[in-house]
Design a protein around this ligand. Sequence first.
Ligand code: ADP
Ligand code: MG
Length: 705
Amino acid sequence: MARDAGPDPASGRRSGERAGEKKAPAGAGWPGVGPQLAGRLAKLDLRAPRDLLLHLPLRYEDETRLTAIAAARPGFSAQVEGEVERCEISPRPRRQLVAHLRDASGTLVARWLHFYPSHQKLLAPGRRVRLFGEVRGGFFGMEMVHPRVHPVEAGEALPEALTPVYPTTAGLGQATLRKLIDRALASEPLDEWLPEDARRDLDLPTFAEAVRLLHHPPPEVPASVLEDRQHPAWRRIKFEELLAQQISLRRAYLARRAKRAPRLEGDGSLRRALLAGLPFVLTGAQRRAADEIGADLRVPHPMQRLLMGDVGSGKTIVAALAMLQAVEAGHQAALMAPTEILAEQHWQKLAAWLKPLGLEVAWLAGSRGKRARAAELERLASGELVLAVGTHALIEDPVALPRLGLAVVDEQHRFGVRQRLALREKGSEGADGPHLLMMSATPIPRTLAMSHYADLDVSVLDELPPGRSPVLTKLVSDARRDEVVARVRDGCLEGRQAYWVCPLIEESEALQLQTAQDTYAALCEALPELRIGLVHGRLKAAEKSATMAAFAAGEIHLLVATTVIEVGVDVPNASLMVIEHAERFGLAQLHQLRGRVGRGTAESVCILLYAQPLSQTGRERLKVIYEHRDGFAIAREDLRIRGPGEFIGARQSGLPLLRYADLEADVDLLEAARALGETLLREHPAAADALLARWLGGREGLLRA
Ligand code: ADP
Ligand code: MG
């Protein structure tokens, strides 16, 4: 899968924001900033003085007070002032500069492992200096390692404000950042773009007041109040950030409504025929979603709708109905899935459903023979075939879908922005693109839906088809693996089928493969009386699908698998699942895997084998998956544990992340920003533009994906 953005793992925030952006040459038109400095600033996404205004302190250091050396406590930061008694380079245990400082109360040792001649000059015996750093109890008494040092005159006044500490990068010192930021504060306009009444209702300071205060807090504001980010100045910044996000999403939404897509009216004949042939009736939720999608398709603007429903909620049939509406209207429809196994299952299901209606479905996957593919491509290009299912081969191949009216993307979060965009490039003449239906079994918590996904319309399948039995989840230490193996034997000999999910090894595909083969060999040896199959990502597609078919037909008792079975696999007779090293899997993954069982009427069991010792998050995740069945509840917990950047998968989503606002803590601000965003766009478009420029500076293009 293509990687879209190159997020900076070190910065931990803002990653993914800049994906796809054309970078201005660093430092261009930035007076007083040379190319080297500009390069370092660019690493922090600081490309113009204006960006510095919003480069806000991580925390503050209190240099407004001095601590007597004798009163300094180990483990705390302190500022001490005194005279240098001696200073020398000590070769052992590692070359370092060691200075001894004395004040009226005692002495303290300071060490620098990295130092310059200028340090030595500063610390010449008899000089008076202030040191700021964390105090430790060392071998020779109190010490500081790498304290900040600066020379002072006796009796020199202390700073009156807290000292800001900024996020930075190698080679860029705090002092340089502070100087540049102070310059920006003096030179850049700090315009106010919030309407006066909105600002008053929310009880927020002006932008100018807020940024000045955060960069230079007055002495009476305690650092702790600023650091938990609930101070009105922080709330102002967070509100503005959320507001800019809402405006950009709303803009993207409006821009989409201005584009053209084919009007897919359809006479309902194919849809009626499909429903009449099904062995089940739609759930209420499925009917509602199908109606919402159907209404969107009749409008001549591209739909951008997310169909969200827990595993097993029946999204496929809803997609099939939408695809048939396109076909009834004389257009083509395509469905793209992230893995070949899943795509093939969709293809088989659709083909079986649609064959009685006289419709053939093209099957496009990377592994299909060139000749088979070429033939289907031709029939798609000529319009003879109107339906296609495939993996990303659908977009990577020179696939022509001249009358594409609807594109469906299953498990949309697994595709990159670019891949989704590519699908949209295809489509009918006279239209800007097809309608887009995305499906996901990973529910988006409400706050995320309101923020990062605000330009999508959403349909929810909040009801499972009848006849499903809840899955019993068990946590078992892998010291008891033998008992679990015995249980699998008994279950399978009674006519059940089981999955055994191999340990996840994310770091190395080769090791992952090895582990899968080892697990398979070990289980074959332990369970000679069972028929056992193995599927993993490196298997040839034909082998994979033969094994899956044998499992679906009941010819295999136990399917040993990597996470290739995670999405979409649907074998109702399988009612037992073992997941090895469950602690290594993410919550969404565990939920998806567990969703592979509990699809039939038999009581299903999912055994999570875990290895001791468990990490804190490993333990937390297992507790969540044990306690919750509902995908929404699990997603909420996942968001809580991992935070939004990880949750969305910034790498793939390409969505600009929030730098300061916290969706859970600031939900009141989010709601207010949503309301005001619409008003500003309608009544004060210039203010909306200015806010976008201040916060996103040209990065909005990505939101359109
Ligand atoms: P998912 O939302 O996880 O993609 P699927 O579309 O694969 O779910 O559906 C899961 C299973 O439920 C499939 O076997 C499907 O045929 C079946 N199914 C879908 N809708 C219904 C329904 N209304 N009643 C009974 N079974 C249904
Ligand atoms: Mg599915």
